[in-house]
Design a protein around this ligand. Structure first.
Ligand code: UGA
Ligand code: MN
Length: 367
């Protein structure tokens, strides 16, 4: 519109007026450009700008859309038929430990496992006391589970390389032995990893030891067996460290009958070498390994890590915390229980409430 107006007027003008007009336009363009280059004013303009919902200059491509619901029920009706062999149980062992992200991690993992039938979740917490809050969370998923409190011996905590999750996995191995679990499949799934649902149908058929790639590991971004003619023939892992079995904890599953053949199954407190030592202790041989995930060409588990930030301290008066006329007291106390944040009477970031774009102290909000 503006362009057309300028063009028309330019055409109708004499050459002299035309020249003067062009100078005015050039000055205008210069003024606009210098205004845009002023970042502080551009930033404040940005905040106040109304963004239209329909993209104007954005590139957007709709790639795929499915309007069909193809989800399957967990237990198909044929499962009740007596002549069908029962599915092997997957014993999914998760070491976990108290820190501010614990509830978030366990929520995400629990909701992944909710999709998996015939699974027994062994959650071993690196703490000496049973955490009731955690237990109530575990109960809600409806998955058969065992909640263990299995603290790492203090001695190892002070070491330069701490053997993380070992006390927990040892406790889970002891539970399996003490409860005479002799069939099924064992898998070590850390609380912060990401699991594709397909992983479970793959590992369920493990006869001895199955192996598969784990994404987001080390300088190769993957740790995987190397498969030749359908057989595992080596390993691709950026930290070989002279390990016989250079694999990640999430990269293998073990059949319990097979494990039962070895009398000295263990996982020593040897940081970095837990997988290697465990697999040696079950007497693993190269020919015993079954490659999964389409001959190790698919990534069904990811070694994701959650960024760890310090819990903030929020300054808020006790009176307001106890006031049950509004939600903040309940909410902040809950976060304190989970270790996500702390409440203090005298220190930390002062609690404020924002309304109509203005922030006020809680006292003045109440009055
Ligand atoms: C990597 C491997 O993926 C783990 O299988 C291995 O146990 C670990 O290194 C190690 O050997 O140190 P990474 O992501 O570096 O894992 O370690 P974390 O996720 O911090 O810890 C592994 C597991 O142990 C987690 O499930 C975590 O909840 C648990 N853990 C961690 C504890 O139980 N106590 C701790 O003090 C720290
Ligand atoms: Mn991890």
């Amino acid at each position: 519109m503006l362009v057309r107006m300028v063009y028309n007027s330019v055409r109708n003008m004499t050459k002299a007026r035309n020249f003067a007009f062009l100078i005015v336009v050039a000055l205008l363009v210069f003024a606009i450009l210098s205004l845009l280059s002023n970042t502080s004013s551009a930033a404040s303009d940005d905040v106040n700008k109304e963004y239209s919902i329909v993209p104007e200059n954005d590139t957007m491509a709709l790639c795929f859309e499915s309007l069909q619901d193809t989800r399957k029920l967990l237990y198909s009706s044929t499962d009740n038929d007596n002549d069908i062999e029962p599915e092997p149980i997957i014993y999914f062992v998760t070491p976990t430990y108290p820190r501010r992200e614990q509830v978030a991690e366990i929520t995400r993992l629990g909701q992944t496992l909710m999709h998996i039938p015939y699974l027994h979740w062994i959650v071993a917490d690196d703490t000496s006391v049973c955490n009731n809050f955690l237990n109530n969370l575990l109960k809600k998923f409806g998955i058969p589970y065992t909640h263990i409190a299995s603290p790492m011996p203090e001695f190892y905590r002070t070491k330069k390389l701490v053997p993380r999750g070992v006390a927990n996995r040892r406790a889970a191995l002891a539970w399996i032995r003490n409860n005479n679990k002799k069939t099924g499949v064992l898998y070590f799934g850390d609380d912060d990893n990401t699991f594709d649902l397909k992983l479970f149908s793959e590992i369920r058929s493990t006869k001895k030891v199955s192996m598969f790639p784990v994404g987001l590991i080390g300088d190769y971004a993957i740790s995987t067996p190397v498969v030749k003619h359908g057989k595992v023939d080596g390993f691709f892992d950026s930290w070989p460290a002279k390990r016989k079995w250079p694999v990640d904890m999430a990269g293998f599953a073990v059949n319990l009958e097979y494990m039962g053949l070895s009398p000295n199954v263990t996982m020593p407190y040897k940081a970095g070498y837990e997988e290697d030592e465990f697999l040696k202790s079950i007497g693993l041989k190269m020919q015993d390994i079954e490659p999964k995930a389409n001959n190790c060409t698919e990534i069904l588990v990811w070694h994701t890590q959650t960024k760890n930030n310090k819990p903030p301290k929020i300054r808020i008066s006790n009176g307001i915390l106890r006031n049950n006329q509004f939600n903040l007291g309940v909410l902040l106390k809950k976060l304190e229980t989970m270790g996500v944040s702390h409440i203090s009477q005298s220190e930390g970031t002062a609690a404020q409430i924002t309304k109509d774009g203005k922030s006020k102290s809680l006292i003045s909000w109440f009055s």
